[in-house]
Design a protein around this ligand. Structure first.
Ligand code: HEM
Length: 542
């Protein structure tokens, strides 16, 4: 193996004066270029295997950084001194800045930036305005903005429910297949065994690991992923008992990476002017395609090998889309990934906060357990019995109010110019509904910052999008179709974990001191993982 140490060469004091300093002047009036003809400077290599993209890279860097410096002033978070910015590096095959580059932009000359290059954004922060956007003008605001990463995945929008740019034919087709296989009351009833089986898999795993610290967030995520992947494809994604296996870890990393890639917005989402030089999204898109194939490739191949006749008899989501020749394999992979993310990410967040709130409030926890025990009365826990537990359901609703998992829902897009509340909202504006602010509004919620499940007892307020002061699942045409599924999953999963186990914090810490910091990007999660120790409450009841 022959390595050319371009780093050492570029630091060689025989060729570079004061080599460790950043001195751009050395390149002024110098003939040294990056095309591989000056052997003391080889950032792109040289010879036959030299990087063919050197000039493209140079132009991209020039345009991207040039625009960012021209249009914005940049400061460090918390007003830190720019000269103190961290310059540590990390090295594997490339040499990167170790910590992420976090900076705050401020427009330098607001008038020099043509507004049509910007993305106009409108935020609805009260129930009345949310009603205007999502009920009165529902159809007009039923578009979606496509995150930049998807601009580079041709054809993918035709296989999307969440990100379909409008309520297109393929959106309707996929929503109706989803309705048949997952969302409808009939589908939920026939999938009840899946919920129970996957939750009991987790209960049994915890039983054999009694007394050991459990990363409950990961385990609940894996359980929810198995519930949805079994409903969609008749296969588990995770072996819940093999959490130490490399296969489990690789799948967890893969799914988390896909979630991060599809939900993270890039700079180009806010500054569409950068579209032409957006190599960040292009790279991400190609990687995403590969990851989606890795996640579902085997499962799709397996189902295909069963032959059409057998597929139609089983009738899960994958079988139906495979039998219908409308979708390519890439598109099917995308539809599956989207439903996997939709069904796991927000639901896991809610299960985590529900457990945190109940563990901090022992009185409420006892009330929930007594209610479940009374409903079960020596029987096996099941979702029909759990549906009689009104206080527990009120706790779930209150968790969805106080910890709205998608605080701004999923961004909507104006399909036409429309007047709302005397403001003209131009076509293609991004519309966000601030469901978080609405759920904290003191005009609608007394003592809004406190966890008080009682407020939902004897209240008509439900989560189906008809009460505009409470919109955890959105409302209108683009409302979450999985709200009832999510509710049943949370009920069964958390109900079982509380019924079968006592939970304590590692190192005997006081449960009231459990960390409740949040982190926000498109969803609002508990910042640190939920680590708890299970102890069987009634060993013979499992
Ligand atoms: C606690 C759990 C969940 C929460 C808080 C949640 C929340 C949401 C929200 C806020 C939206 C966007 C609504 C809007 O833009 O107006 C959405 C869309 C969606 N959700 Fe959920 N969701 C959850 C669980 C689920 C589950 C379990 C599934 C599938 C089984 C699912 C599938 C979807 C899909 C497919 C969409 C896209 C709808 C469209 O654009 O037409 N979600 N969800």
């Amino acid at each position: 193996m022959v390595l050319v140490n371009a780093w050492a060469i570029a630091q060689d004091p025989n060729y570079w004066e004061d080599a460790a300093s950043f001195k751009p002047e050395r390149f002024l009036d110098s003939k040294i270029g990056y095309r591989g003809t000056h052997f003391e400077y080889l950032p792109f290599g040289t010879g036959l295997r030299m990087c063919p993209g050197s000039a493209v890279a140079f132009k991209n860097i020039q345009m991207l950084v040039g625009s960012l410096l021209h249009y914005f002033d940049w400061s460090l978070p918390n007003g830190a001194d720019p000269t103190t910015i961290d310059t540590n590096e990390k090295y594997f095959t490339t040499l990167k800045k170790e910590k992420p580059l976090l900076l705050i932009p401020k427009l330098r000359k607001p008038n020099t930036l043509n507004l049509s290059w910007d993305q106009l954004m409108v935020v609805a922060s009260s129930p009345d305005i949310a009603r205007e956007f999502c009920k009165t003008h529902d159809r007009i605001f039923s578009g979606r903005h496509l995150p930049s990463v998807y601009h580079n995945l041709p054809g993918i929008t035709n296989s999307s429910i969440v990100l379909s740019p409008d309520c297109s034919k393929s959106w309707k087709l996929l929503r109706s297949i989803g309705q048949n296989c997952v969302f409808s009351s009939k589908a939920m009833e026939s999938n009840a065994w899946i919920r129970k089986e996957k939750v009991m898999d987790l209960v049994n795993h915890l039983r054999t690991n009694e007394g050991k610290v459990a990363n409950l967030e990961d385990m609940m995520f894996a359980t929810l992923a198995n519930i949805i992947s079994t409903a969609l494809t008749s296969r588990n994604l995770f072996d819940i008992h093999g959490q130490e296996n490399n296969e489990y870890k690789a799948m967890m990393a893969l799914v988390n990476e896909v979630i991060e890639k599809t939900t993270t917005l890039g700079l180009v989402d806010f500054l569409p002017i950068l579209k032409g030089i957006d190599f960040w999204s292009k790279g991400k898109a190609m990687d995403l395609y590969r990851k989606i194939k890795l996640t579902w490739g085997d499962i799709i191949d397996e189902r295909k090998s069963m032959g059409r006749e057998n597929l139609s008899s089983t009738q899960n989501f994958l079988d139906i889309v495979l039998a219908d020749s409308t979708f390519s394999e890439d598109q099917i992979g995308n539809a599956l990934i989207e439903l996997l993310i939709g069904a796991t990410d927000s639901t896991t967040i809610t299960t985590v906060w529900l457990i945190v709130e109940l563990i901090r409030n022992q009185e409420m926890l006892t009330k929930v357990r007594d209610e479940i025990a009374q409903a079960v009365e020596g029987d096996e826990l099941n979702e029909i019995l759990l549906s009689q537990c009104h206080y527990f359901q009120a706790c779930i609703k209150e968790t969805l109010r106080l910890h709205v998992p998608a605080p701004m829902l999923v961004p909507h897009r104006a399909l036409e110019t429309c007047k709302v509340n005397n403001y003209v909202i131009p076509k293609d504006s991004m519309v966000l509904v601030n469901a978080w602010a609405i759920a904290q509004d003191p005009n609608y919620w007394e003592d809004a910052a406190s966890f008080k499940p009682e407020r939902f007892l004897d209240s008509k307020i439900g989560y189906r999008g008809t009460h505009f002061e409470y919109l955890p699942f959105g409302t209108g045409l683009r409302m979450c179709p999985g709200s009832a599924v999510a509710f049943k999953n949370i009920q069964m999963l958390v109900g079982s974990l509380l019924h079968y186990f006592d939970w304590s914090l590692p190192n005997g810490a006081d449960p009231t001191t459990i960390d409740t910091n949040e982190k926000y990007f498109t969803t609002l999660k508990k910042e640190k993982p939920l680590l708890l120790i299970p102890k069987l409450r009634k060993p013979n009841s499992v």
